[in-house]
Design a protein. Structure first.
Length: 246
């Protein structure tokens, strides 16, 4: 009789275990697949050029998929592999939102290449390429042409790298006013303003860059208020020299 009782008890435990697993499965299935917990919104933080549609495509994300099936670490990896994105974090917000916080890799300058134009970030990485020149909101570096470089490659020209370093020291307002930075010689750089009458800014050697960047910022800030037309300004001297137009 004792053996029969043990068998009955074992059977009851097995039955209870199966019931417990079924209940757990039902609960998990409810939270995973119920429409209330499907992705409906993507909250994008920190983007200036990238759109929600870009994030969905690059991250291989689909509106309507169960939010608990979204593997945020894999989405983060896919987004991090996009050259337009410098850093990114992804997290779920229950019940139906995915929050994507990112820092974009911004183009700092454009340069001519053997098949068109390249956009460079602050580190000299090529983040975009195109055949026809676009309406520029960033300076064009001229006097040097890049050969056999493509998206994802790094520029290895030391002068171009120094120009990028200098441009980083300018404030955003100054950058918007500069249309071109020309390499006149290996040790001589000239910039031009993006104004109705282009003003030449003779930067000269890329030395004393902090000082010269500060001077350029001050000059461009006051340029619009200057009652006289300026032909060029030369920052090669300790005291900047301004040549007025005739």
């Amino acid at each position: 009789m004792a053996k029969i009782k043990r068998v009955r008890r074992s059977g009851r435990r097995l039955f209870k275990g199966i019931i417990f697993l079924l209940i757990c499965g039902a609960i998990i299935g409810f939270f995973v697949y119920v429409p209330f917990f499907t992705l409906k919104n993507v909250k994008l933080i920190g983007a200036e050029r990238l759109t929600v549609e870009d994030i969905l495509k690059v991250g291989d994300i689909y509106i309507g998929e169960p939010i608990f099936e979204l593997e945020t670490d894999k989405v983060t990896t896919r987004l991090s592999n996009d050259l337009r994105i410098e850093s990114v974090t992804v997290r779920r917000i229950v019940p139906n939102t995915l929050e994507v916080t990112l820092k974009e890799r911004k183009p700092l300058a454009t340069i001519i290449c053997d098949y068109g134009y390249l956009d460079l970030d602050k580190n000299g990485k090529i983040i975009d390429s195109y055949k026809n020149l676009r309406e520029m909101k960033i300076p064009m570096i001229t006097g040097s042409q890049v050969q056999d470089k493509y998206i994802g490659d790094d520029i290895d020209d030391d002068i171009v790298k120094k120009i990028l370093e200098f441009l980083q020291k300018l404030n955003a307002e100054s950058l918007n006013k500069i249309s071109e930075v020309a390499i006149v010689a290996a040790d001589y750089i000239v910039a031009y303003t993006d104004t109705e009458r282009a003003v030449q800014i003779r930067i000269g050697k890329l030395e004393r860059m902090d000082e010269k960047a500060h001077l350029v910022d001050d000059f461009l800030r006051d340029l619009d208020a200057n009652p006289h037309e300026v032909e060029y300004v030369d920052f090669n001297y300790t005291a900047p020299f301004i040549k007025l137009a005739q």
